[in-house]
Write a protein that binds this ligand. Structure first.
Ligand SMILES: Cc1ncc(COP(=O)(O)O)c(C=O)c1O
Length: 382
């Protein structure tokens, strides 16, 4: 099993900072904002009143109600409590969904570029990852690509829109068509909606929960509060799936970690049901940084950065900057780290060598410094 390249980048940056180096860290996969105060207050109150015990494996009634309420309000979806489960982060929701479904020999479709944990979780479950190339379509998956990739062994597809690392969004009509294919062939889908709220106009927020119920029968939504509410350390997420699939997932979780932390669950109730002002504030700041960053990156000779509609990553193609001793995006990334003390993530870890992932979950001031350093390395090769 591979070590996560994104976590490695974080650790490298941390070690350099500890050694007193002026590191520009554009590797982070987490918001640079603090958790909003109303959420922290709800957690403090939960501790004060003794909500410090085990909860049901699938989560407290209050949190289940808050999750169902949010999907009803925002996406017109009617889920029942036995279709909802709170998890220790979105990652555990994906893990539960894959492990409860996949048997040895099953194939799982994963569009490239993919979040690093998808294939590792499939391997853990004994399945085989079958990757779908999407570069010809600017890294946006289509229903035709899915049709062509299906074999008699295919059981599941893992979708992630907005995508980490590309930031690309599957248009809602295309998403629907993909789900029609999945339903027609009797397959299953996981929709990882970790970056659900971070979408930039003209693209709009879309959840697979808004699809018609027949298309949702074989769908598991994996949700996360980590990015939306700057709660990465709280480890809180959820799944929405059929009652059968949820029951199987509850068994996996019940015999491994049990319930998500009771205090984080109480905090999540406030996050989902309380004021959403902090989300709007964070989104406005990401919008500002994104606009600046895309212009600045595309002004670097040899570097090409298409416009990502969501998340907080730019995913430029650096192949036009590779020359001399810089032969791959890994060389580019290493040179940037060694000579310019700047951390970005090599696209190869996401199945897309030739690209690098730049996170703009960092201040505009640090982004400006980082782009100066990226330009110096890019100009070496051009
Ligand atoms: C695409 C994607 N899915 C899921 C997760 C999991 O997030 P968490 O487990 O913190 O909720 C991440 C975190 O980086 C992610 O980028």
């Amino acid at each position: 099993m591979k070590v996560s390249s994104t976590l490695t980048a974080m650790q490298t940056a941390e070690a350099m900072r500890a050694a007193g180096v002026d590191v520009v860290d554009l590797g982070a996969g987490e918001p640079d904002f603090d958790t909003p105060q109303n959420i922290k207050d709800a957690a403090a109150e939960a501790m004060r009143v003794g909500k410090t015990k085990y909860t049901p494996t699938a989560g407290t009634r209050d949190l289940q109600k808050a999750i169902i309420g949010m999907y009803e309000r925002d996406f017109g979806a009617a889920y029942q409590p036995n279709e909802v489960m709170s998890t220790s982060g979105g990652k555990q929701a994906i893990f539960n969904a894959v492990v409860s479904l996949i048997n040895s020999g099953d194939e799982v479709l994963i569009p490239k570029p993919y979040w690093v944990s998808f294939p590792e979780i499939v391997t853990f479950a004994g399945g085989t990852s079958v990757f779908i190339e999407t570069e010809d379509n600017g890294f946006v998956l289509t229903a035709d690509m899915v049709r062509r990739a299906i074999t008699p062994k295919t059981k599941l597809i893992i979708l992630n829109s907005p995508s980490n690392p590309s930031g690309r969004v599957i248009p809602p009509a295309e998403f629907r068509e993909i789900m029609e294919v999945i339903a027609e062939r009797g397959l299953f889908a996981i929709s990882d909606e970790c970056y659900l709220r971070f979408v930039y106009p003209p693209a709009t927020v879309f959840s697979a929960a808004s699809l018609r119920p027949e298309l949702r029968k074989r769908l598991c939504i994996a949700g996360s509060l980590s990015k939306t509410y700057a709660m990465t350390g709280w480890r809180i997420g959820y799944s929405l799936a059929s009652a059968d699939w949820t029951r199987a997932m509850a068994k996996v979780q019940g015999h491994s970690t049990s319930n998500a932390t009771s205090i984080s669950q109480a905090a999540a109730v406030e996050a989902l049901s309380g004021s959403q002002d902090s989300v709007a504030t964070m989104l406005a700041e990401y919008t500002r940084r994104r606009e600046w960053l895309l212009k600045a990156l595309n002004a670097i000779p040899g570097l090409k950065c298409p416009e990502p509609e969501g998340a907080f990553y730019a995913f430029p193609d650096v192949r036009g900057c590779l020359k001399g001793k810089l032969e791959t995006s890994a060389d580019f990334t290493n040179e940037l780290l060694e000579k310019e003390q700047t951390v970005v993530t090599d696209g190869a870890g996401f199945g897309a060598g030739g690209f690098i992932r730049i996170s703009y979950a960092t201040s505009l001031h640090r982004l400006e410094e980082g782009v100066k350093r990226i330009r110096r390395v890019a100009e070496m090769g051009v």
